[in-house]
Design a protein around this ligand. Structure first.
Ligand code: FE
Length: 199
């Protein structure tokens, strides 16, 4: 195996991943072109915009919202979003009194078809362990202050279930159309570490 340059400044995980990719490629188990195509797809074509469309529809269509909370996977598929890491998506709704936030304590399970690839902080060991133990503190550190009477539920993703948070529709948006609401729905609000943006 050849040595790659600039090993000093890259974290061990990145180096191990590179070495593994190289080994799998050499053994003919991995096609780097196919691998790159998948990454590009999830980085650029699929992203939080899909999730934002789901949320905006749920905010404006009570019947769709009901279906979404009842069977997330099926309701999300109605909009054409499906694929790897999205075989079983459960949607949980944030309200004025209940707040849901998602973590994967084991690794970085994430609902790819609606949110794209997970951000680096989601994969961070500190986020993964601390969100379960002290969610209110971690959320506050991430800029989300919740009142003491708001009930927080932390959902731990598994290889079986991926979670999507349906954030609360911001006040003062009653006049906005589904299309106008989409930009208010951020990735972070669908993981539950932020609220949807106020226009
Ligand atoms: Fe995971």
């Amino acid at each position: 195996m050849t040595t790659t340059s600039g090993t000093a400044e890259r974290p061990p995980v990145a180096l191990r991943t590179e070495a593994l990719e190289q080994l799998l490629t050499e053994r003919g188990l991995l096609d780097p072109e196919a691998m790159n195509a998948i990454i590009t797809t999830y980085e650029t074509n699929v992203g939080p915009l899909n999730g934002a469309k789901v949320v905006a529809k749920a905010w404006t269509d009570p019947e769709y919202r009901r279906r979404l909370l009842e069977d997330g996977t099926a309701a999300i598929r109605e909009l054409g979003f499906e694929g790897p890491q999205g075989e079983h998506i459960v949607v949980v709704e944030n309200t004025a009194t209940t707040h849901n936030v998602v973590v994967c304590t084991l690794c970085s399970c994430y609902p790819w078809p609606v949110l794209g690839l997970p951000p680096s902080w989601y994969k961070d060991p500190a986020y993964r362990s601390r969100m379960v133990k002290e969610p209110r503190t971690v959320l506050s550190e991430m800029g989300l202050e919740l009142d003491d009477d708001v009930q927080i539920t932390v959902h731990d993703s598994t290889s079986e279930v991926r979670w999507l948070v349906l954030p609360e529709r911001p006040a003062g948006t009653e006049h906005l159309s589904e299309e106008d609401l989409v930009p208010l729905v951020t990735r972070d609000s669908m993981v539950g570490v932020a609220k949807a943006e106020v226009p």
